[in-house]
Design a protein around this ligand. Structure first.
Ligand SMILES: Nc1ncnc2c1ncn2[C@@H]1O[C@H](COP(=O)(O)OP(=O)(O)OP(=O)(O)O)[C@@H](O)[C@H]1O
Length: 253
């Protein structure tokens, strides 16, 4: 763990209402540089809403979100992405007919601000291709470069999505249930991969699998009814009575 107290993402007193119903009720959260942070909470607690607020799908009703000291709340998802934050979604976000390499290349090209252009200099494309291939190898998919994303296994697709979040060059990565629907073996594989590729990044993830959360994350925040009930290390969260009562249940105590 390379965590220090340098805050890279700061959520300050954020509320969100939908049609008069307040879903987020004044959330505060600091993500420290280099940490892996899990957002836990029961169904309907507001975890997806929190991710949507951070990634700019919609603005907060009140409060602010800062990325590396810069206010991002109110900015578009694209602008937030360019500012250094990338998100992978619960539902797959890949281009099924494009190869693994082509999918990654879209992210790399977006980072370099390159649009499809037949007159683009070949040498430039060569370096883009090399960078895309390197990223593909980082997520252990080098051997699948030419395979259409739609023909890959589920865990390969999730690996590719993780590769796409890295391709944008973001320092802060949001992963939405990266092990959802996976077997025990696939889960262990993806957790290992996430650990490997996020060593120089800051990670926040929504994850329901407790063994993943407790094994991978440095800190955990528990969200209940639109409020952060507690933030702490896995041990602190495990031993927090309020968390046990509200969420974890006796078996996790
Ligand atoms: N766009 C929206 N319009 C109206 N209500 C919404 C909207 N998005 C979320 N909600 C409501 O906000 C509440 C929190 O939902 P959210 O999906 O953020 O919870 P969650 O913690 O991610 O749940 P889950 O674990 O089931 O995915 C729910 O009551 C949901 O119905």
């Amino acid at each position: 763990m390379t965590r220090n107290d340098d805050v890279v993402l700061a959520v300050r007193d954020v509320t969100k209402s939908f049609g008069g119903l307040e879903i987020m009720k004044g959330v505060n959260l600091d993500l420290c540089r280099g940490e892996r942070h899990a957002l836990l909470g029961p169904n309907g607690a507001g975890k997806s809403t929190m991710f949507n607020l951070i990634s700019g799908e919609f603005p907060p009703t009140s409060g602010t979100i800062e990325l590396q000291g810069r206010v991002i709340s109110g900015m578009s998802p694209e602008a937030i992405n360019r500012a250094g934050l990338a998100r992978s979604f619960q539902i797959t976000n890949l281009f099924a007919r494009l190869s693994a390499l082509e999918n990654i290349r879209i992210g790399v090209m977006a980072r370099h601000g390159i649009r499809f252009n037949l007159l683009r200099r070949v040498s430039r494309m060569k370096s883009i291709n090399a960078e895309s291939m390197q990223l593909l190898e980082r997520v252990r998919l080098g051997h699948r470069a030419d395979t259409p994303a739609g023909d890959m296994t589920y865990s390969e697709q999730r690996s590719l999505e993780i590769g796409m979040t890295l391709a944008t060059g973001a320092d802060v990565i949001l992963l939405d249930e990266p092990t959802a629907g996976m077997s025990r073996e696939e889960t262990a594989y993806i957790v290992d991969l996430i650990r490997e590729v996020t060593t120089d990044k800051t990670l926040i993830m929504v994850e329901h699998d407790m063994s993943v959360v407790f094994g991978l994350c440095d800190r955990i925040s528990v969200l209940v009814y639109g409020k952060i009930l507690a933030t702490g290390t896995p041990d602190e969260i495990r031993n927090n009575r309020e968390v046990q009562e509200a969420y974890l249940g006796e078996e996790a105590a």
